[in-house]
Design a binder for this molecule. Structure first.
Ligand code: CAA
Length: 240
């Protein structure tokens, strides 16, 4: 039986590349998305991967969304928590909404989705969870107290959940991407981005497929001894 995978934010950017990579591994993939119907429709037409709409920040919607995927495709073996948003601004201009939206989506979304699938994985004795963190959760970033806090939280979440899954064959790992050529990074002001790229040792943005390759590695059947780890894929921008 093909493994069943859910990729949140799976119809665009890094998520799209992950959805395609998992399909290429022979998995049955459900790509979740929150709002962009047009892009989701085009994604399904292009890839043949079904798209499911719900907001990962909404706990009840995650329960219902996972139940729908499981009734159509079967129990979820692989969860990739990729959905994320930015609301960048300096602390001075950051209102409470910008803080809360990013925490609720980027970090709360990981909890909501894991809550819906983790117990089933433990019961069945197999699971792969990959959470997409960020270089900015490791190193911090000017203008991103919300995003850096949420992504840093993801790295702690990963290490804690990995300990709970270990005895039942459920691995939990994180990837910390650097600056990848996506809509999210394209929204950074041009002059700011040029300075950031100049500081990346390989002197270019990463490609979404370069993150997907890391996810494919972590979710492989042979990956049972890799858990609680963080794989940094950032062109050498932050090493530790
Ligand atoms: N370190 C120190 N000072 C900095 C700085 C930095 N990194 N960046 C800006 N400043 C300074 C500026 O030089 C400027 O100083 P002066 O007033 O003395 O000239 C001051 O801070 C204000 O800078 P801005 O004009 O840029 O301020 P702004 O309010 O217009 O914009 C900002 C602030 C929204 C944070 C903008 O700088 C920005 O978008 N920065 C990019 C943030 C970023 O990297 N986001 C990543 C998004 S992609 C992502 O998150 C994916 C991932 O995981 C990697």
């Amino acid at each position: 039986m093909a493994r069943v995978a859910i990729v949140t934010g799976g119809t665009r950017g890094i998520g799209e590349a992950i959805s395609v990579a998992l399909k290429d591994m022979g998995m049955q993939v459900a790509a979740n998305y929150a709002g962009n119907e047009e892009r989701a429709k085009a994604f399904t037409e292009r890839t043949g991967i079904p798209a499911y709409k719900w907001d990962v920040a909404d706990h009840a919607a995650c329960q219902a969304g996972v139940a729908k995927v499981e009734s159509e495709l079967g129990p979820v073996d692989v969860l990739v928590n990729n959905a994320g948003i930015t609301r960048d601004s300096t602390m001075k201009r950051m209102d409470h909404d910008k803080w809360q939206q990013v925490i609720d989506t980027n970090l709360g979304g990981c909890f909501n989705m894991a809550k819906a699938v983790f117990e089933g994985m433990q019961t069945r004795g197999y699971g792969r969870v990959v959470n997409i963190g960020s270089i900015n959760g490791q190193a911090g970033q000017y203008g991103q107290v919300n995003y850096a806090a949420a992504k840093s939280g993801i790295h702690g979440f990963t290490k804690a959940l990995a300990q709970e899954g270990a005895r039942s064959g459920v691995t939990v790992n994180a990837i910390a991407p650097g600056y990848i050529d996506t809509d999210m990074v394209a929204a950074v002001p041009e002059d700011v981005l040029a300075k950031i790229v100049a500081g990346i040792p390989v002197k270019r943005l990463g490609q979404a497929s370069e993150i997907a390759r890391g996810v494919a590695f972590l979710v492989a059947e042979e990956g049972g001894f890799i858990t609680g780890s963080t794989l940094s894929i950032n062109g050498g921008q932050h090493m530790y």
